[in-house]
Design a protein around this ligand. Structure first.
Ligand code: ATP
Ligand code: MG
Length: 378
């Protein structure tokens, strides 16, 4: 799939943007604070109705404005679609082919985009919350059921935690109500976990192959789901996971009531990345950790393709200069001719662009975009 025509109004510093993109590679050059990340964020928002930088949509509306509007025209192999998202201070709405969608979950998934920024290089090194967010974002955009269960889980978890807090302070006493919430939460948690296993299973093979392709060391990358309830295994059915969670909640009930919070479940689970069986979070070198993060991003492209029969857009924010030449070439080779790609950079020099045939080059200045002709590779 690719994004042909894109319009943004009052989106951060992009006041009035109306631009045609190339179906292959689009490169955006600009100095700091000109709007490069804003542009990629706006494209990402058009796909997912969510920013990768903030959970507060209000920040996205240009200073002193009431709303932000973004829209685009996308082409897929079978059809073309127009998409639009309106962000106001009260909330957001989405349109597909000018039809307003009753729920944003109906809107998400029409356009798939994978964004890679320098912070993603911390996926392996960083805290488990980063890896959970990674799963929620990436699996949510390819599977509406995952999106539904993950958000339902957050909702019921919050409800249960609120109740546990009241119990811990002696403001509530009805343990039966706690059992009802625990039962409901275990049911939804099982739906989340079973899907995480399924998608990670696909991702594992692609990530292993991508790692072998990029790295020079010859180590093998493995990827393993680490549930916070250790009894749960990859082969368990949804029902079995539900039973094991329930048993775990029962065992932890007293402790949870004391602490006022839920101690296990998908919000405490993690993914382990290992090289030749050694946990890369603990033992991997900086370079190995970065190569794993890159491999996982590349694997996602394949995963989206497998599940939707379309390649997602790839948004690369400032990452080229963070990679050495070998990895730059591996990345560009991997995506070449498959995905529509958007690359931002402050400087064209020092990057191995040779692999890209005829990219479209733009310059960004103060939230405005200018087409540059004949700058790169003829
Ligand atoms: P860098 O190379 O440093 O990453 P960049 O080109 O990616 O820079 P952006 O993050 O896209 O920069 O844009 C930052 C600019 O957008 C800043 O000048 C900031 O003040 C402006 N900005 C951010 N939010 C808003 C907003 N809600 N309204 C207007 N301008 C905003
Ligand atoms: Mg930026």
């Amino acid at each position: 799939m690719y994004l042909k025509h894109f319009v943004a109004q009052n989106y951060r510093n992009l006041q009035q943007l109306d631009v045609e993109f190339d179906p292959n590679v689009n490169i955006f050059i600009g100095q700091n604070a000109q709007g490069k990340t804003n542009l990629l964020e706006a494209i990402y928002f058009l796909a997912l109705t969510r920013s990768h930088r903030t959970s507060s949509d209000k920040e996205l509306i240009a200073f002193n404005q009431e709303y932000a509007n973004i829209s685009g025209h996308i082409y897929k192999s079978q059809l073309d679609l127009s998409l639009r998202v309106l962000i106001t201070k009260k909330g957001k709405k989405g349109w597909v082919n000018r039809v307003e969608q009753a729920k944003l979950s109906k809107y998400v998934g029409q356009l798939n985009a994978i964004l890679f920024s320098p912070e993603d290089l911390d996926l392996i090194k960083g805290a488990p919350a980063l890896r959970r967010r990674f799963m929620d974002q990436e699996f949510g955009q390819i599977n509406p059921e995952y999106l539904y269960f993950a958000s339902k889980y957050r909702q019921v978890l919050q409800q249960k935690n609120n109740y546990l807090k009241q119990l811990s302070k002696g403001q509530a006493h009805d343990q039966l109500f706690l059992d009802v919430l625990a039962d409901q939460l275990a049911g939804i948690a099982a739906e989340v976990i079973v899907r995480r296993y399924k998608f990670l299973n696909y991702l594992r093979t692609y990530a292993r192959d991508a790692y072998a392709h990029i790295s020079t060391g010859g180590e093998e990358l493995t990827l393993t789901y680490r549930p916070s309830v250790p009894e749960i295994t990859a082969d368990d059915s949804t029902e079995v996971i539900y039973q094991k969670l329930l048993a775990n909640f029962k065992k932890n009930k007293a402790a949870e009531m004391r602490k006022g919070t839920t101690l296990s479940g998908p919000h405490r689970d993690d993914i382990e990345f290992a090289l030749d069986g050694k946990d890369a979070h603990l033992y991997g070198s900086q370079g190995q950790q970065r190569t794993i993060a890159l491999s996982v991003k590349l694997a996602e492209i394949q995963l989206v393709h497998q599940l939707t029969a379309e390649y997602p857009l790839l948004l690369l924010d400032d990452v080229m200069s963070e990679l050495d030449h070998g990895r730059q070439s591996a990345l560009l080779n991997y995506i070449h001719g498959k995905t529509q790609t958007f690359i931002t950079t402050t400087d064209l020099t020092g990057i191995s662009w040779e692999i890209i045939k005829k990219p479209q080059v733009y310059r960004i200045k103060s939230g405005k975009i200018y087409l540059e002709k004949g700058e790169l590779n003829g």
